[in-house]
Design a binder for this molecule. Structure first.
Ligand code: DC
Length: 242
């Protein structure tokens, strides 16, 4: 049974990373960015020089991925492949464009999901992705699904890329966002879906701080409810209910 696990899923540009980090830091939980794992798997396949549209080659190459994910308090996860730091290298537009070839492969997903669950075994985790609430941690204490309009998400991504010095146009980013939504939602295994019991939050007109605060409040009341339930169970109170 999971202990203090919060999942935050949603499409790209919904504000997941910033918000998840804020929530983790305010609740004193660890932060896991599962997108970084799919990015690292993609970079590894690109470096291997295989044909990315060959599922067998991708599945075979993943076996040699020596991936190390270090959860850093109050910061982005540190990602290493074979001991080499690739934290920045996994964020290029080229990697982003190629992710779907790798994220669609069942063997890749099974491998990364097992790694995510292992990290989750220790509990005290806020984890963000596409399938965290639906597939990876179906018994999470709190599931959140973040979304925002296409335009807002594209604007955020555009500003982010510009700040990192990458040249692009808003229209290009909007096209990319729309295409990634389609790829993420149509993925057969681990596709982007809202878990039935997830709380939906529209981040279009809210600051990351406001969204994080709502999640923190929800999390505190959920965890308090669970603690009360455990106390009741211990005392056997539920058995005496009329
Ligand atoms: O969160 P991100 O944009 O860094 O994720 C990059 C891609 O990785 C995303 O387009 C789909 C894939 N991904 C996935 O398939 N499952 C996850 N749990 C997280 C990301």
């Amino acid at each position: 049974m999971s202990q203090n696990i919060i999942t935050i899923d949603g499409p790209s540009g919904a504000g997941k990373s910033t918000i998840t980090r804020l929530v983790a830091s305010r609740l004193g939980l660890r932060y896991l960015d599962t997108g970084a794992m799919y990015r690292a798997a993609t970079l590894h396949c690109m470096r291997a020089g295989i044909k990315l549209d060959d599922p067998k080659a991708v599945a075979g190459t993943i076996k040699s991925l020596n991936l190390d994910i270090e959860l850093v308090k109050d910061g982005p996860v540190k990602v290493r492949i074979g001991g080499q730091d690739v934290t920045d290298k996994i964020r290029t537009p080229e990697v982003t464009r190629n992710i779907h070839y790798v994220a669609d492969i069942m063997e890749v997903r099974d491998w990364l999901v097992a790694m995510q669950r292992k990290i989750g075994q220790q509990g005290d985790l806020v984890t963000e992705g596409r399938d965290q609430g639906t597939l990876v941690f179906p018994h999470a204490d709190l599931k959140v699904y973040l979304y925002a309009t296409h335009e807002v998400r594209a604007r955020r991504r555009f500003e982010e890329l510009r700040q990192r010095g990458l040249e692009t146009t808003f229209d290009e980013v909007l096209k990319d966002v729309t295409q990634r939504d389609h790829l993420d939602m149509s993925r057969e295994h681990g596709g982007l879906r809202k878990a039935l019991d997830a709380v939906e939050l529209d981040t279009s007109t809210l600051t990351p701080d406001q969204v994080a605060e709502s999640i923190v409040k929800l999390a505190k009341s959920r965890l308090a409810m669970r603690t009360r339930k455990i106390d009741k169970d211990k005392l056997g109170l539920d058995q005496h209910k009329a």
